[in-house]
Design a binder for this molecule. Structure first.
Ligand code: NAD
Length: 303
């Protein structure tokens, strides 16, 4: 079924990422928004002149596209299968786009269930964090059937700068987890190098300047360290526990294939150890570096 302007969209999950994404997505379309935190839904609805649903029991009949930006696969499964079970509530011809960082196997199985009901299902996780969600410059990696992916692209072009279709349903989520494993490895590796540099008398901001003009640079060294770590703010908006979820998904992918990946797997194990040291319910993922500060006794802050 081809979406027309008579059809509306529903955006579910309005947290750190979903809120700015829903705001960008709302432009020029009829939108319903939902979050278990109803206050968050009302706030987004007010900004976008959309409608906050108090629950998902009575979805307006003309909703044909549902975008999910939820914490994990268990929650995605519950929303789609059981509570309230959107797969059974949406008409054939609908489109579901899961933009959360979910588990590839779960996604493949949900996509098969959706297909049996005549519903298109696409995984379209994102990279770039809250900053790029706000400026609609996310990198989006998609998995799904080509016709569903082309249909979903029309919805996602206002959210992302680069959109890459990587393969069948679930492969977008696999690509996302593998990217985040590399990203976390870069974050940890830079912490190790900055700590050692400090022991030879090179201040973290000086060493970072060297790295960012040299071949050792990465998004961690160019963005995370100057903005969120050397400042001591640790405010990227991406929780350590969400990062650990991604790393576990990537670890499972590696182990299921009996692949050898000693460096990235060590980074995942180190991140698990680092989490044990962190206090508070929702430490930011950039607080990973506190582990190295403790290990080496060298603070990674601008002097
Ligand atoms: P978040 O915890 O800030 O937001 C999640 C939202 O989902 C919350 O508002 C919560 O109330 C809502 N929610 C939970 N259960 C729900 C349910 N059953 N029905 C409706 N709403 C429900 O998380 P986030 O940082 O926005 O991340 C969302 C997803 O995006 C995660 O899968 C994460 O791994 C991924 N992601 C996050 C970032 C980032 O920088 N924060 C970057 C890329 C990808």
């Amino acid at each position: 079924m081809v979406a027309t302007e008579l059809h509306a969209s529903l955006f579910i999950g309005l947290g750190n990422m979903g809120r700015p994404m829903a705001i960008n997505y709302a432009a020029g379309r009829e939108l319903f928004v939902y979050d278990t935190n109803h206050v968050a839904a009302v706030e987004v609805a007010t900004v976008t002149r959309s409608t906050a649903l108090p629950d998902l029991e009575d979805i307006p009949a003309h909703v044909r596209t549902v975008i999910l930006m939820l914490p994990n696969s268990r929650i995605v499964e519950s929303v789609l299968r059981t509570s309230p079970g959107l797969l059974k509530r949406l008409p054939a011809g609908s489109l579901i786009i899961d933009m959360s960082s979910s588990e590839p196997e779960s996604t493949a199985s949900l996509a098969a269930e959706a297909a049996a009901l005549g519903i298109d299902y696409v995984d379209a996780p994102v990279s770039g964090g809250v900053a790029k969600a706000k400026t609609a410059k996310l990198a989006i990696m998609m998995g799904g059937e080509i016709t569903a992916v082309e249909r979903a692209k029309r919805h996602l072009r206002h959210l992302g700068e680069s959109i890459t279709h990587v393969g069948p349903a679930g492969t977008g989520h696999a690509a996302k987890a593998l990217n985040n494993l590399l990203s976390a490895t870069n974050l940890a590796a830079a912490a190790e190098i900055l700590s050692i540099a400090a022991t030879v008398g090179i201040a973290p901001e000086k060493m970072l300047e060297v790295i960012n003009g040299s071949t050792g640079r990465s998004q961690a060294s160019e963005v995370k360290y100057p903005r969120h770590i050397l400042t001591g703010t640790f405010d990227s908006g991406f929780a350590m526990d969400l990062m650990l979820k991604d790393l576990k998904i990537a670890r499972n992918l590696i182990e299921q294939r009996s692949s050898e990946a000693p460096i990235v797997l060590t980074a995942q194990e180190t991140a698990v150890k680092a989490r044990e040291l962190l206090e508070g319910p929702q430490p930011d993922h950039t607080e990973f570096v506190r582990y190295y500060e403790k290990l080496n006794g060298t603070p990674l802050r601008a002097g």
